[in-house]
Design a binder for this molecule. Structure first.
Ligand SMILES: Cc1cc2nc3c(=O)[nH]c(=O)nc-3n(C[C@H](O)[C@H](O)[C@H](O)COP(=O)(O)OP(=O)(O)OC[C@H]3O[C@@H](n4cnc5c(N)ncnc54)[C@H](O)[C@@H]3O)c2cc1C
Length: 462
């Protein structure tokens, strides 16, 4: 009996970020070999971006894996990507200039026993939710009134209010917005039992095997995955036409010929299309032959995002403290640097993380310079409070990421994800990126696996 989608189908995946590459990876494992991944950038990995400074790899985008990352770790074993585990961070209060264990800082205002009781309750409730949250994606949750609230409300409803400061670290500080803004299922998917255990141990300064990082960086892990896939980088798609069950893609490949001219524009025909670049009007409008339901689902009103800034600063070696990673606590305001990471003791580079509001994409380079200078200035103020020499620093690199594509609680409740799931496979098109599940690599990878096992393999009903 043939598969739902024949093994020799020609499949085009747009975007070589974690969603596109994991989709390609699971297709290859299922026996599909006729896949091509077209990436606009000159590198793969999307928001996984590793760079080397002073012979050490720094992650400017995705960095951590927790025990819940079973699929990513399986892929890492397959391609031989080595990992190491991160040292625990501490909390730093720039007003008082004092450091303290992170867990102690988030427990302020509550008793140890009250906090411990709530933590145990969260473990139990979250474990029970394993049977309710789907393996991947957010389908079937709109009917669950108990989950269709903000995470802040969900904590109150479960009498877990004294864990709010703790949860604000992986959510607000990591750029996903305030607890009162984020729909509960997103955080519940994010903070599974293994991740919650890691948060507590990590916060308490207990050295355990998690969170892990890739020795060569997250992006280089994706590079290894891409070595077994037909990925073409620096490809600008100019038009996609879906007609009579065939998909024609026109593109420019920005490779130079020997005489210095670009390779001529080209076109190619496929049987299936997977859109794994941002599912937004701005990204898709330049090439997609829109269908009405796509226009509605991927409009600016529906798909919202935030911005996350990462800066790599050089030479703040005069800062005197022994901690390698510290979080600003009480929580910094949005648009203020929130995490400082001196990843390697022998390397002068410091990484600074800044969760930001939804920044309009600056088109003017001068405007961009101003934003980075402002981030730099704010980081220097904190460095000064540590008696660091703020004149010596220099920005080695920065990234301002469009981050956390998601929908509002109202759209979640109105069944956005069930609608999106019903669109999968229509017009021989699949939609696969962070938006479908949550802006983290394990949920994205699981969603890719779900798509391949549900829509491609298995008996065809035809
Ligand atoms: C600072 C930061 C820290 C993070 N930390 C973690 C972490 O610790 N753990 C974790 O699991 N996750 C982390 N993440 C999140 C993780 O990086 C993202 O969830 C993930 O990269 C999203 O994958 P994606 O494929 O949906 O999108 P992306 O990574 O954005 O990839 C989309 C790809 O599509 C390409 N593309 C765009 N337009 C086109 C076009 N027109 N044609 C062709 N290609 C196109 C892009 O160039 C890109 O390669 C972090 C992210 C950031 C920014």
């Amino acid at each position: 009996m043939p598969n739902k989608i024949p093994l020799d189908s020609r499949i085009c995946i747009i975007g070589a970020g974690p969603a596109g590459l994991s989709h390609g990876h699971y297709l290859r494992k299922a026996g599909y070999n006729n896949i091509e991944i077209l990436e606009i950038n000159c590198k793969v990995g999307g928001k996984s971006h590793s760079l080397t400074f002073n012979n050490r790899s720094f992650d400017m985008g995705a960095n951590y894996l927790t025990p819940d990352y079973t699929h990513v770790m399986e892929m890492a074993r397959e391609v031989g990507a080595e990992m190491y585990h991160e040292k625990s961070p501490v909390a730093f209060n720039p007003e008082t200039g004092k450091f303290k264990p992170l867990l102690k800082a988030v427990m302020e205002g509550t008793t140890f026993f009250g906090f411990a009781k709530s933590a145990i309750r969260y473990f139990f409730i979250r474990w029970k939710l394993n049977g309710i949250l789907p393996f991947a994606g957010n389908m079937g949750l709109a009917d669950r009134a108990d989950l269709m609230v903000s995470f802040d409300q969900w904590l109150d409803n479960h009498k877990l209010g004294n864990l709010k400061k703790l949860f604000s670290i992986p959510t607000t500080m990591m750029g996903y917005g305030k607890l009162s803004e984020i729909p509960a299922p997103y955080v519940l998917r994010y903070i599974g039992v293994g991740t919650f255990r890691t948060m507590l141990m990590f916060g308490a300064g207990i050295s355990i095997a998690y969170p892990k990082r890739f020795v060569d960086g997250f992006q280089r892990f994706w590079q290894r995955i891409s070595w077994n896939l037909n990925v073409r980088t620096s490809v600008e798609i100019t038009r996609v036409l879906r007609k009579d069950g065939k998909i024609t893609v026109w593109y420019n490949e920005h490779r130079l010929k020997d005489d210095g001219r670009n390779v001529d524009p080209d076109k190619k025909e496929y049987d299936y299309l997977v859109i794994s670049c941002p599912l937004t009007f701005k990204t898709l409008d330049p090439f997609l032959d829109w269908r009405d339901n796509e226009k509605e689902m991927f409009s600016d009103e529906k798909v919202i995002h935030r911005t996350f800034g990462i800066t790599l600063l050089n030479d703040i070696k005069k800062v005197k403290h022994k901690w390698r990673v510290f979080h600003i606590f009480p929580l910094a305001e949005i648009n203020q640097p929130s995490i400082f990471a001196h990843q390697f003791p022998s390397n002068p580079a410091y990484e600074i993380y800044t969760p930001m509001t939804n920044l309009k994409e600056p088109t003017d380079p001068e405007e961009m310079k101003k934003i980075v200078a402002d981030l730099e200035e704010k980081a220097f103020r904190i460095i000064k409070s540590l008696k660091g020499d703020s004149n010596k620093e220099e920005v080695l690199h920065y990234d301002l990421w469009k981050y956390f594509y998601h929908v509002s609680l109202d759209d979640f409740k109105a069944g956005y994800f069930d609608k999106l799931e019903r669109m999968q496979g229509q017009e021989n098109t699949f939609y696969n990126m962070g938006l479908n599940s949550f802006e983290l690599i394990e949920p994205i990878t699981r969603y890719s696996k779900h798509l391949v096992s549900k829509y491609y393999v298995g008996k065809s009903s035809k």
